[in-house]
Structures are given as C-alpha cells and as structure tokens.
Design a protein around this ligand. Structure first.
Ligand code: NDP
Ligand code: 2IT
Length: 450
C-alpha cells in the first residue's frame, strides 16, 4: 500500500512534463493531510492511491469547419475523477494551453472543493485546446456542436454534469446544450451555467466572484479585522470571476483598483469602472487596452513591460488581493512585493493561482490566505442549485439563490477554520480545507466499498 512519500516520489519520477501542474496540486493536498492520513482506516482502504488517479479520462478528436471552409482539428477531454459524493461535476475549459495535466489538476482540486460545499457532487473537469478568441459566434457554435457529438456519450444529469470555466461562458454552454438536446432528444439538466431562459439558475453568473468575497468577509471576521469598507483591493483577471469579485467588493464598500488580462494590467487609482470593464470584456470581448483609452487617469501596463520575474498587478500596494485569472499567476516575487506593501489578506478566486513558494511566504508573514478550493466554491455550489432546480422543474428567485450562496460560503469558511483549529494549525486555511474536504470524500469511499 502506497504512503504519502511513495506517491509523491512516484509523481516526481514520472517523465510527463504536462503532469507537473497536476503533481503541484496533489503535493499540496498530500502534505496537508499528513496528520490524518496515518489513521489506520485510511491506510487499510488504500485511500490515497485510489484518490490520486481519476476514475477515467476520455480524450477525443474534435473536427469542425471554420468560416473559410477550412477543416480544423482540436482535442477534447473529460476527466471523471471521483464520484463518491455525487455525479462528476466540474467545468469545461477552452484555451490553447489545455492538456491532460491541466485537466487532472483541475479535476483533482474539484473533488475537495465540491466536498467542502457539503452538496452531493463529485469531481471532474474537461475542455479542449480550442481557442475561442477571435472566432465568430458561428465558429464557436460549430466547435461546440462537434465537441458535444463526442462528449454526450459520457455525460448525463446523474452521471457527469459539466459547466463553464476559462473560455466557456453562457454562449458556449447554450450551444453545447442545444447539441446535446438534438442528439439525445432529452431536455434535462446535463450542463449548468445555462442562460436563465432555458434552465439556468439566477445568480450562477455572479456566483463564483460573489462567493469569493463572502468567503473573504468571513475570514476577516475570524481574524477580528475590520470589514471591507474603504479597503483598497487588487483583483487580477477580467473574466467572469474577476468581474463579479469586483462587483461584490464595491457592494461591500471596498475599492478594487486593478484588473488584468492575458495582454496587460489596468491600475485605476479611482477604482475600476465596472460598467466600462463589463462593456469591454462581456459585450465586446476586447482587450483591456481599450479601458485606458476612455479612462485616461488609469495606467495600462503591457505584459512585456512587467517587472522581472513578477506580475504588474501585484506591484500595487493594497490591503487585500484577489487572484482571479489563472494558475500560477502569483509567484514568490509577487508575494514578496505584496507583503512589503502591507497586504493583509489574499483570497484565491482562480484555481491554484498562487505558487507553493508564494503560499509559504504568505503563511510565514501572517497574511490571511485562503486557497481556491474553499474560496471559489460558490460557482459550483450554485451549479448544484441549478441541478436541483432542473430536477424539480422549479425556479428560484435571485434573493433565494444569493442567500443560499452566502450561507454556503460562510459555512465552508467556518468548517475550514474549525478544522484547522482542531488539527492544531489555527488560521491555516490550506490545511483546514484539504483535511475537511478529504475526510468527507474518503469516508464516502470507504462506506461504498471498492
Ligand atoms: P474567463 O474566461 O471568464 O476569464 C479568464 C480571465 O483570465 C481573462 O481575463 C483572461 O484574459 C485571463 N487569463 C486566462 N488565461 C490567462 C493566462 N494564461 N495569462 C493571463 N491571463 C489569463 O474565466 P473565469 O473568470 O471563469 O475563470 C478564471 C479562473 O477562475 C480560472 O482559474 C477558473 O478555473 C476559475 N474558476 C472559474 C469558475 C467559474 O464559475 N467560471 C468557478 C471557479 C473557479 P483574456 O481576456 O486576455 O483571455
Ligand atoms: O472550477 C470550478 O469550480 C468551476 N469552473 C465551476 C464548476 C461548475 O461545475 O460549476
């Protein structure tokens, strides 16, 4: 039976470079659960070795025709990681960087995140190396239809329920749903993040970002710190998660002063103009460079002009930072700068945006730090609310969904906080989240047999 060190060494000796990111995610969890994994019951049931490999990985070819009548070929994936707690559940990512290592990292994280919500959902992830950027709506539709032609064989409302992630929003989910319906003739809750008019839940677009801020607000309370009023915050990214994090920060009286995309960073000392940001990113799918054209006080820094080894967005002195773009976007250079500038709290909106060295620096310098699997669970929680509404053919009000989201985030925070305390690592939200997430899944795996 493999122990933690055997498993870590096994990964280190694997020659697959794409799996490094997956190893990073596994390593963090295994280090955290060392105090509990020694319990004989987990060893007897070989839980660790069973947990680190997905139930199945599906890889398929996606062939589609672009607007110039050229035939294009992409690769599609679905990683069904663990369904001990419920149907596989997790987003689809469409981005040129997508490979099986990235999807295994995301699927593995999703198991613990979904467990922390307390809801009946297992962990999975999927996507494609297709790049929606610069494609016409028609091309995106063609791709989504071709992708679903394969994917539909593996999913279902009680089997595996995909949703959005980077590059997949309501438009893509709509096309995917339309194709699924055409192939199967079934009008059912097989995807979440659908537009409201055909089965989507109110609050799902806002859920991840709002949830991140509810979670952060609760962490401030546990740390006996003042609430968000007048706090200066930095946010990275400018997609679904970043925009709604900024929106909720404003609602709680904070001043978010940054956002970023893959080409550059905006610093607007007066506070990010949310309407402009939404117009650029949600309506026009354009570059953030546009922002500086109409907000001439704001400073736009291109990626190529970022500081050596670091990222511009983390150079700005703030009290609270919210990385909401992508994995490993906040490294030790950035962490040092944030700490020198007096940051008090870092809350992850993106999945695994902080490198392990950055996390250690935050923890050693009394920065309140929450990992993504706890702080960004609001998206998947409202996805589960959508599954529940679809199954009962009902519709919740915006207020009900928001209230349930807020309750869920505050109760995850409490559970993570108390778990850390119970295991003698008070204030360590990484260990608290990993231990609490692990226990529920592991106990279900044991109860369900092999
Ligand atoms: P979007 O596609 O809506 O936005 C992604 C944002 O991140 C864009 O601003 C994009 O820039 C930027 N970005 C993406 N890749 C890179 C990169 N390699 N370098 C720099 N910037 C990059 O995605 P989401 O907002 O949905 O997702 C953001 C993060 O949140 C991801 O880590 C995702 O896994 C996570 N997440 C998402 C949830 C959801 O419900 N959507 C739920 C939980 C987590 P550009 O515009 O130039 O492409
Ligand atoms: O990383 C995530 O939690 C998501 N992309 C959302 C998953 C979901 O099923 O709503």
């Amino acid at each position: 039976m493999a122990n933690v060190d055997d498993i870590i060494n096994g990964f280190k000796n694997s020659n697959c470079a794409a799996d490094n990111i997956f190893f990073q995610a596994v390593d963090e969890v295994l280090e955290s659960i060392k105090p509990i994994i020694g319990e004989p019951i987990y060893n007897r049931h070989n839980i660790l070795e069973r947990l680190v490999s997905p139930d199945r990985e599906v890889k398929f070819k996606v062939t589609w025709m672009d607007d110039n009548q050229n035939i294009q070929v992409n690769t599609g994936y679905r990683v069904q990681f663990n369904n001990a707690l419920g149907p596989y559940k997790g987003g689809l990512r469409f981005h040129p960087s997508v490979n099986s290592g990235i999807l295994k990292f995301l699927g593995f994280e999703q198991i613990f995140k979904n467990s922390l919500t307390g809801l009946p959902i297992g962990g999975g992830k999927g996507g494609s190396d297709f790049n929606p950027k610069g494609k016409s709506d028609f091309e995106v539709m063609k791709f989504c239809s071709a992708f679903m032609t394969e994917l539909h064989k593996y999913i279902g409302p009680r089997i595996d329920v995909p949703a959005g992630d980077i590059g997949v929003g309501a438009r893509e989910i709509g096309y995917l749903f339309g194709e699924y319906k055409k192939i199967t003739s079934a009008y059912e809750g097989v995807l979440t993040g659908k537009p409201f008019m055909f089965g989507g839940s109110l609050m799902r677009p806002e859920a991840t970002g709002y949830g991140v801020v509810y979670f952060a607000d609760e962490m401030l309370k546990y740390a006996n710190k003042a609430d968000f009023k007048d706090r200066i915050c930095s946010v990275s990214g400018s997609g679904n998660v970043a925009i709604h994090t900024i929106e909720k920060l404003y609602q709680l009286g904070a001043k978010p002063v940054t956002c970023s995309d893959s080409k550059g960073t905006i610093y607007d000392q007066r506070g990010i103009a949310l309407d402009t940001l939404k117009d650029i990113k949600l309506n026009r799918r354009a570059s953030l460079e546009e922002y500086a054209k109409t907000h001439t006080d704001a400073i736009y820094t291109k990626v190529e002009d970022y500081p050596d080894g670091g990222h511009e967005v983390w150079q700005i002195p703030v009290e609270c930072a919210f990385p909401c773009a992508t994995q490993n976007e906040l490294n030790e250079v950035d962490a040092k700068t944030l700490i020198e500038n007096g940051v008090q709290m870092v809350t992850e909106g993106a999945n695994m945006p902080s490198t392990p060295k950055a996390i250690t620096l935050f923890q050693n310098n009394d920065v309140i730090f929450s990992p993504a699997k706890a702080a960004n669970a609001g998206g998947v929680a409202v996805s589960e609310f959508e599954m529940s509404q679809n199954a009962s053919m009902s519709k919740w009000t915006y207020e009900k969904a928001d209230e349930r989201l807020e309750q869920t985030m505050r109760s995850i925070c409490k559970r993570v906080h108390l778990t850390a305390k119970d295991y003698g690592v008070d204030g360590n939200y990484v260990d608290g989240a990993n231990i609490a997430g692990f226990k529920r899944v592991a106990d279900a795996m044991i109860a369900e047999g092999i």
